[in-house]
Design a protein around this ligand. Structure first.
Ligand code: PMP
Length: 432
């Protein structure tokens, strides 16, 4: 148990009165965090939570890692921010580092202030380069909440919330939701879901790019290699650029630096965000090959793009991930998590999907029918886990996936704590 902040109730009342959120939050939320270290966050009442959200998939090296704090603090005494016309040492070094870790098709980095903005820049870059307006995106894809990134985000609910019809220059292509595949057992997969992809691309000759997460974070959907091979071949044949959105999948989360590395994909544009700043402020990355970079025109830059303190934090985060073997730990802990979840043999556990520490557990009413566990039960599961000190989020196309993405530094003992809480939770909620 941590320490209770003396004016905790007043802070909560002020949050309720003055802070705007784009949804009605359920009972027990928001959790207002006063302190965070490693994989544990402490709320203003002194309650500790194991953070299976990593501050929304940002703090991959753990909260407040001393190395990141030291690098950011040192930078605070040097220079904070200069115009995007000029540069700072950490921003140059971060660009150099990222390019050294990216595939050979990616040679130059442009920094903005967050993921949605970085995707908007990617769309603009692709359209400018190919002089074509359309962009294909994956069904179930999420690329942000600004108007441009919403145009390539699949969720009708999110799109409608834009308040005006979104542009019609974009269209969805099939994704690989193998657990709910319409075409039969996985072992016999012939990638039938992509049988129509050539015709679809041909029907849209003005397609500049395909934007996709290599592994979809919404629901943790990792396509088989042959799915990506076929999709990649179809888009390449037509000169369609691949924009790889690695905002959530990058920075070691999937057990490789980037999720494209699982498939040998060589995108023409690579987008990053979240952990890129080490949790110090926020950064967006749009990186591309030399030719695309040469054609890139923006006229101006985002005022705070690539600020020096965030860049110093991001560099320190990358160094930490490698120094502490956290990418390898993500692989080992992802496997451990998978085995431990299956070992519960709980009838509500329909599927366990982890690539490294990206993914989660899909809950169903019956394992045989795969009937989706309803919203009411899902929210009870979430509330009960919170009560037991497990901070999680719910995700997935049908809202029935427990998204479990802790810092990559998590230990097997901490995962055991979560598994025990999950066991109690599922039994309790099912019991009434
Ligand atoms: N793309 C993906 C895949 C994401 O997960 C997110 C953030 N959840 C975004 C884009 C948008 O990033 P941001 O919230 O920093 O604008």
């Amino acid at each position: 148990m941590g320490e209770r902040v003396p004016d905790a109730d007043a802070i909560e009342a002020a949050d309720d009165k003055y802070v705007m959120r784009p949804w009605t939050h359920p009972a027990g939320e928001p959790v207002i965090i006063a302190r965070a270290r490693g994989c544990v966050v402490t709320d203003i009442h002194g309650k500790d939570y194991l953070d299976l959200t990593a501050g929304y998939f940002v703090n991959n090296a753990g909260h407040c890692h001393p190395r990141i704090i030291e690098a950011a603090t040192k930078q605070l005494g040097e220079v904070l921010q200069v115009s995007g016309k000029h540069g700072t040492i950490p921003a140059v070094r971060l660009a150099e580092k990222l390019i050294s870790l990216a595939p050979r098709t990616i040679n130059k980095a442009f920094f903005s202030t967050g993921g949605s903005e970085a995707n908007e820049v990617a769309l603009r870059m692709a359209r400018q380069f190919r002089k074509k307006p359309e962009v294909a995106y994956l069904e179930n894809g999420y690329h942000g909440m600004t108007l441009g990134s919403l145009e390539v985000t699949a969720s009708e609910k999110y799109r409608e919330a834009a308040g005006k019809p979104l542009g019609t220059d974009n269209y969805a292509v099939p994704t690989a939701y193998c657990y709910r595949c319409k075409y039969g057992p996985h072992a016999q997969c012939k990638v039938e879901c992509l049988d129509g992809i050539d015709a679809l691309f041909d029907a849209h000759p003005n397609t500049a790019a395909l934007i996709a997460e290599p592994i979809q974070a919404v629901g943790g959907l990792a396509p088989p290699q042959k799915w990506w091979d076929r999709m990649d071949q179809a888009r390449k044949k037509r000169g369609i650029l691949l924009i790889a959105d690695e905002i959530q999948t990058g920075m070691g989360r999937t057990g490789k630096m980037f999720a494209i590395d699982h498939y040998g994909l060589e995108p023409e544009i690579l987008v990053g965000g979240k952990g890129l700043s080490g949790g110090v402020g926020s950064l967006g990355l749009t990186a591309a090959g030399t030719e695309i970079a040469r054609h890139f025109f923006g006229g101006t830059t985002p005022t705070s793009g690539g600020n020096a303190v965030s860049a110093a934090g991001g560099l320190a985060m990358i160094e930490t991930i490698f120094a502490e073997g956290l990418i390898e730990n993500a692989v080992v802990m992802g496997r451990y998590f998978t085995e431990a979840a299956w070992a519960l043999k709980d009838p509500w556990i329909g599927d366990v999907r982890f690539t490294g520490l990206l993914g989660g557990i899909e809950l169903v009413k019956h394992r045989e029918t795969r009937e989706i566990l309803g919203k009411a039960e899902m929210s009870k599961v979430k509330d009960h886990l919170h009560e037991q000190g497990m901070l999680i989020t719910v995700s997935g196309l049908h809202g029935n996936v427990l998204r479990l993405q802790p810092p990559l530094s998590i230990t097997s003992q901490q995962l055991d704590q979560f598994i025990l809480a999950l066991r109690n939770t599922l039994r309790t909620v099912r019991g009434g």
